[in-house]
Write a protein that binds this ligand. Structure first.
Ligand SMILES: [Fe+2]
Length: 313
């Protein structure tokens, strides 16, 4: 039996204290926010897929589970792999309550619940393409008028980065159970995984912490200008805290991380490296000073605080 591989991050499911602040933040970020009973579903404008579900439960923000997409022909192989791993678990109660408990359920070694479902591949099939500029052109000048700015709208989910107390253990789990491949890492501090079915340099990644949790979701935008104008969009909407604009080394993307009301982040990403289906990526293990960012402002001290662990709460 060949090792099957997940092909996409299909859904991120989190709980937060109140729905109104989530609706306001993600709308300001540029998402297409749809109310659905007791939760909101996050779409990107012009794309049919629901990437994220956010439910209010009156408690501090917590990652509940992540759904991965798999191909139909890999279901039997995944059932064997998950059974052998000893990590199978019952469906998450929120999925049961919403009637979306189908598929294979398991926990990562650090306790994060995952769901594997047969789904259409929604991870990108090509490198983040540059979009035509938004706003009214005024040739031959390159920059459009500030008064003519339109909202930055992310195009799709690029990746999810989780906190983990055991980054190396998560890499092994991703390779042996999810079929992901290591793109790059920096010792046991951070690691980035791609799918052999073709994805960005990372669709799933980890950073060292004292426990599991969601650090950020990352959303592809169409230009470096979109990254910068997105940061302005959030400052204008009353969200002044963030990190960027800058450029990562591992992954190479231009970034701006907007700090959400719960202390985690939504990232605008442009021009991330792409690992095409059937292509090898020569992974490296880089020292911290060569792995984080090429240029950008100083990293805020709250950037790597895990608000989901008891120590931070
Ligand atoms: Fe990221």
């Amino acid at each position: 039996m060949t090792q099957p591989s997940v092909h996409s991050v299909d859904r991120v499911v989190v709980t937060i204290p109140t729905i109104a602040e989530a609706e306001k933040f993600y709308t300001a970020f540029g998402m297409n926010v749809k109310k659905n009973g007791d939760h909101i579903d996050l779409y990107t404008h012009g794309h049919p897929h629901c990437w994220m579900s956010v439910t209010a439960n009156g408690k501090p923000k917590q990652l509940q589970y992540i759904r991965f997409g798999i191909y139909e022909q890999d279901v039997a192989s995944f059932e064997v792999v998950v059974a052998k791993s000893g990590l199978a678990c019952k469906p998450h109660p929120m999925a049961l309550a919403q009637g979306s408990e189908k598929g294979i359920w398991l926990k990562t070694p650090d306790g994060t619940v995952l769901q594997l479902v047969v789904a259409e591949k929604v991870s990108p099939t090509q490198k983040s393409p540059k979009a035509t500029p938004r706003g009214a052109a005024r040739p031959p000048a390159s920059a459009h008028m500030r008064s003519k700015q339109t909202s930055v709208h992310p195009r799709w989910l690029s990746h999810v980065l989780l906190f983990s107390p055991d980054v190396s253990g998560m890499v092994t789990f991703c390779e042996d159970v999810l079929g992901l491949k290591l793109s790059d890492r920096s010792v046991d501090i951070v690691a980035f995984m791609h799918t052999p079915h073709g994805s960005d340099h990372h669709l799933f990644a980890f950073v060292k912490s004292d426990g599991p949790g969601l650090h950020h979701t990352s959303w592809d935008v169409g230009s470096l200008d979109d990254v910068g104008e997105g940061s302005e969009q959030l400052r204008t909407a009353g969200y002044p805290d963030g990190w960027g604009v800058g450029r990562h080394v591992l992954g190479s993307n231009y970034f701006y991380y907007a700090r959400d009301p719960w202390g985690s982040f939504a990232e605008y990403s442009f021009d991330i490296d792409y690992v095409a289906k059937g292509k090898d990526w020569v992974s490296g293990d880089y020292p911290p000073e060569d792995s984080f960012y090429l240029w950008g402002p100083a990293v805020p001290e709250w950037f790597t605080v895990n608000t989901e662990t008891a120590k931070a709460a």
